[in-house]
Design a protein around this ligand. Sequence first.
Ligand SMILES: [Zn+2]
Ligand SMILES: [Zn+2]
Length: 241
Amino acid sequence: MRAAILETPGTALKIEEIPIPDPKPGEVLVRITACGVCHTDLHVIKNEVAFPTPAVLGHEISGTVEALGPGVEWPAAGTPVVASFIMPCGACEYCARGRDDVCERFFALNRFKGVLYDGNTRLFRRDGSPLWMYSMAELAEYAVVPATDVFPLPESLPPEESPILGCAVFTAYGAVRHAADLRAGERVAVVALGGVGSNIVQIANGFGASQIIAVDIVPEKLDAAQRFGATDIVTAPRGTP
Ligand SMILES: [Zn+2]
Ligand SMILES: [Zn+2]
């Protein structure tokens, strides 16, 4: 398969042919339909976030189930799916408490070492040398994803637009639902309308916020925020906090 490889930070990604990975027990092989490029990927490329290289980045995914690893019975091959960038191990103390957003093994193994939960990567070059995985490493034609992180995509959602469900959208949902605990009729201000902020506007609207004040420096983002449900917009002057 083809994969986009970051050889070292500060260099351009290069497309290379590498073997299709095998899903191990508890994992799913997903054939990628679409992948997002997130600012976090750019942080890694620019060496603003430390990550081992050579690596395959990409953590916003839509695709179809290609194969199931041993012990995995669902979703069936061919099912359209998405995945979240935090891949919960399902077994640590935090996952057991329902706090899979702070899964201990995800951060210790994947985020710091680029491996999955048996301590190994699934990606190798043709010469057998390892490639480290940023989340499921989906800037490639196939990705191995822990089954705890694979979710069927409703038919009503277009696969090309759905990868952000696993990053900007679920981060925004967590902010509105869990951090702010927003209730119908409450007021909310959203400062900065990037991927997360613009989704906070939509979700706050869905939760019934009575007033949604959107703040940004870019007029196009403020226009979009109004379409997403912002009731008031504030154009912040550049350079002013
Ligand atoms: Zn992201
Ligand atoms: Zn966990």
